[in-house]
Design a protein around this ligand. Sequence first.
Ligand SMILES: Cc1ncc(COP(=O)(O)O)c(C=O)c1O
Length: 421
Amino acid sequence: MASLGLVSSAASSSVLRAPEAAGLTVRQADLRTSIRPTVAEIDLGALCRNLARVRAIVGPKVAIYGVVKADAYGHGAVAVAGVLAPLVDALAVSLVEEGLELRGAGLTCPILVLGAYYGHTHSEVLEECLTPVIYDIGELQRFGSAPRRRRPKRGQSETTGELQQRWPVHVKIDTGMNRLGIQPGALPAFLELVARYPHLELTGVCTHFASADLQRATATREQIARFQRCLQAAAARGMVPQVVHAANSAAAVRFPEARYRAIRPGLALYGAMPSAVVARPELEPVLALRTKIMALHEVAAGQGVSYGGLWRPARKARVATLPIGYADGYPRHIRGAEVLIRGRRAPVVGAVCMDMMMVDVSRVPGASLGDLVTLIGRDDRAAITVDQIAHWADTASYEILCGISKRVPRIYLTSEADSRP
Ligand SMILES: Cc1ncc(COP(=O)(O)O)c(C=O)c1O
């Protein structure tokens, strides 16, 4: 794959040499990386390759709505959306605020708002050309009666400016998730009402799956069947939507019949899948979490390490302190975790603190101050995936990725596919 032509920054590459060693180019640096060496590296090349892989799985006729909600699952929404926008058919966010952030950054592509409007953002959504997914009749009425300002063309005033004629909206049907969406039985009333608002154009119909990654496929098949009946009911009333979408990452790879006209993958684009049932080994992790050793000390046998002295070595140990903690999103309740130093695994020992954590480097020959530490990602031939961290922390990879906090600078890189070991 061709390089994205991103700009290299000497400042950040001098902070972390690992990306260069792995054939990566640093695109964007953050001054904070020259103070504390804890960073999340985001490989935009891997993001593009994951998108290409998802596209290869579902075929060229299925549109892709790239899900960039929750700050693109912690990867940085503006940067990720900027790369995805020309390559996908639309982006999808959860919050209106997230859509506005992308519009504010200059993105003009279609953006679907999957979440809620809380009674007071209907005009803003339409004016910013965000496509709302409407999930109840009340919201439809509010969109239908929301005041719309005119968009003045050059030389026109607000009062004589052009008023957009038709605003695309989608409807979400709750087929079994019991979260958001109109009940299938309410669809006829919804269709009748939407027809009374000539400035709203119902272009999309969608649903969301609750269990597409679980071993038992029954629940998803039932949801698909229910959704299918809704589409038939809509067709019987003369409503044939331009776009029908239902599948998240798991459903997109596992249930071809649920791909319809578009899919909404999130996690797969970031190189992970929600469960082993739908694992796709060809996906590449996009995010790596790295820091450097900030202190080293010898701990005598039986001495406690960290709050509560929960870990006490059986024999003298060499312990390294790392400048990353739960305030950065590394899970405090993690058990049995490891990090990578000099291509070797070092166990996390004692309680993870707010800003620091300790690792036992007794089995890492030559471990020194300033050594690069990989908490998520590859180091030489060893790797720790976000799934592995999620397993150690007894949670889902979604939570780990979204939980990497704002104080961890994101550094954007791009890698060539063939530079990977
Ligand atoms: C409505 C909706 N669609 C799509 C997605 C993307 O799901 P995934 O990240 O599993 O692909 C999500 C994520 O939670 C969602 O809430």
